[in-house]
Design a protein around this ligand. Structure first.
Ligand code: NAP
Length: 520
């Protein structure tokens, strides 16, 4: 490995001198500790990182979109020089296979480039112009112009299940930096070494492109200690988070109880319901079961979009269930991201299996080794499902619950579901047309509707929505994937009666940036 790991936080352009250990990375399965031991950022260092971010904000937020795009592109170049280090360390820390880590790194640099293109072009600021009309009766009209401006320093929590794409230089950081916000990252204990390699790359890029110190810091010491301190710090203006419902809601509480409450964009828990209608089964039950099994077990089920809940109408799908049972029983256990996630998967599947009315349809016949999760499928009637809210909870791993009832009962149950990232419908075109109220019900519960497909595999693009009503996310008006993610870290500001030269370039009369604007 070319990067040497020091185990210390990045406080702007300097490294932490903290001495309190917060632990080593641990290799999943073996439990072996990986060097170095990581050290917690001290309270003074957290304060210093925040002060640097506060000082960087006016400078960084006033750079042109083109300048910030240069920084984002430099990050991609620097990450690309250390891909092999990321993969080597990432495999040790997360047990994710090499192709996944290479793919995730490419997704990370792709996201950064996507935001670079967006801010370079510039129209994303949603500029609106209403010119003055001094002759308007009965009162003259003032000149009003508005656009989006960055909120200020943003705290970003790394995700355990995306060591690259939703961690140090992942989607939350990329969208906040693109918006013009300095970023303070809280590293995840599951992959501190990958965090350090990527942090080094971002800091190199910041220096090379002459960004103000404090535009980026990465802190070790965990979410409960250092992360909470950052969220409660008066300099912080927003939070990006991916993880558990308990962690996300704790951060929402902390943010709401500050003297100045701030928004938290937490992606937490989703079981991604899949509704299968008779016509879809007629096209081939076994093929559908195979495709479903592929989605369920992808990445050992450790995706926020894992299909953890299936609605199947009574009297339909016997071959689908038989095939799924065969696939699950033959399914191989896979290494999970860390011991806590593995334990939580074992606990949640045991709780489902022990719930009255729930039958274990199939489990992998292979015994799971240390750190591994094995596929499982449970089945329950819709009446028992509706009696027990716990059956809506996420089994984070390769397990799903099949709910059986009449089509009318399924439609009536949808409004009782918690908020979801996705909802999938398998049906024919005729069934789609005949079930508009079912589609409408699904739309009220989810951020992305999928027709004849499965929820895993999230396209990163302009129109993607990776969000949904609580608890899928803390704010269902937002997305954490795609270019719309930038709007989380901005607010609209209007300029009234300002002289043209004093306006931001985006709002000046001559439109020097040539961006799209709404003219009143
Ligand atoms: P987590 O326990 O929520 O931890 C994620 C981050 O949040 C860590 O940095 C953690 O710091 C911090 N955190 C947790 N509780 C906190 C609190 N009360 N105050 C401040 N910070 C807090 O999530 P995880 O480690 O990634 O995985 C645990 C479970 O979360 C999984 O088993 C799964 O059920 C769920 N999960 C869901 C998704 C999804 O996308 N739906 C993704 C990942 C995980 P500490 O190290 O200090 O705890």
């Amino acid at each position: 490995m070319t990067t040497s790991l020091l185990g210390t936080s990045f406080i702007g352009y300097s490294r932490s001198a903290g001495t309190e250990p917060c632990g080593n990375a641990v290799q999943p399965g073996t439990g072996s500790k990986l060097e170095p031991a990581y050290l917690t950022a001290t309270p003074d260092e957290v304060d210093h990182a925040m002060a640097l971010a506060a000082a960087a904000f006016p400078v960084y937020s006033n750079l042109s979109g083109k300048n910030r795009a240069v920084f984002l592109r430099a990050i991609t170049t620097e990450i690309e020089t250390v891909v092999d280090d990321i993969v080597e360390r990432g495999m040790l820390e997360t047990a994710l296979p090499e192709p996944r880590l290479r793919g995730e790194t490419a997704r990370t640099t792709g996201q950064l480039r996507m935001f670079a293109n967006l801010i370079e072009e510039g129209s994303w600021v949603d500029a609106r112009i209403d010119r003055a009309d001094p002759d308007r009766k009965p009162i003259p009209k003032v000149d009003l112009r508005s656009m989006l401006r960055p909120l200020g320093p943003v705290a970003v929590f790394c995700a355990s299940n995306f060591p690259m794409a939703y961690s140090v230089a992942g989607g939350d950081s990329a969208s906040a930096l693109a918006a013009g916000c300095p970023v303070i990252v809280i590293a995840h204990a599951s992959h501190p070494g990958v965090a350090e390699i990527v942090a080094n790359a971002v800091i190199r890029a910041a220096k090379l492109t002459h960004m103000p110190e404090g535009v980026f810091s990465v802190l070790y010491g965990g979410g409960r200690k250092v992360g909470q301190a950052v969220v409660k710090h008066p300099v912080t203006q927003a939070v990006g988070f991916t993880g558990s419902r308990a962690g996300g809601t704790a951060l929402m509480d902390s943010a709401a109880s500050r003297k100045q409450p701030i928004p938290v964009y937490a992606e937490m828990s989703s079981v991604n319901p899949v509704v299968i209608l008779a016509g879809a089964l007629e096209r081939g039950e076994e093929a559908l079961a195979e495709a479903f099994f592929g989605s369920l077990t992808l990445g050992v089920g450790q995706f926020c979009t894992n299909p953890g809940l299936v609605f199947l109408a009574n009297g339909n799908g016997e071959k689908f269930l038989t095939k799924l049972k065969t696939l699950i029983e033959a399914g191989t256990p896979g290494m999970m991201l860390n011991a806590a996630i593995c334990q939580s998967f074992a606990d949640s599947t045991a709780a489902f299996a022990a719930t009255p009315g729930v039958e274990t349809l199939a489990r992998s016949t292979a015994e799971a080794g240390p750190g591994q999760g094995a596929p499982a499928v449970f089945i329950v009637s819709i009446s028992d499902f509706l009696k027990n809210e716990a059956l809506q909870s996420e089994m984070f791993g390769p397990a799903t619950l099949i709910v059986r009832g009449s089509l009318e009962e399924i439609e009536a149950a949808i409004p009782h579901l918690e908020g979801q990232l996705t909802a999938s419908l398998h049906a024919t075109d005729a069934e789609l047309a005949a079930n508009s109220s079912l589609i409408h019900a699904l739309q009220t519960r989810a951020g992305r509707l999928i027709f004849n497909g499965f929820p895993t595999g999230v396209e990163v693009c302009n129109s993607i929505v990776h969000g949904g009503p609580f608890p899928a996310t803390s704010d269902g008006r937002s997305t954490s994937v795609g270019t719309m993610a930038i709007f989380r870290f901005c607010r609209a500001v209007a300029w009234q009666s300002f002289p043209d030269a004093a306006l931001p370039a985006e709002l000046q009369e001559a439109n020097p940036l040539g961006i799209k604007r709404i003219m009143g």
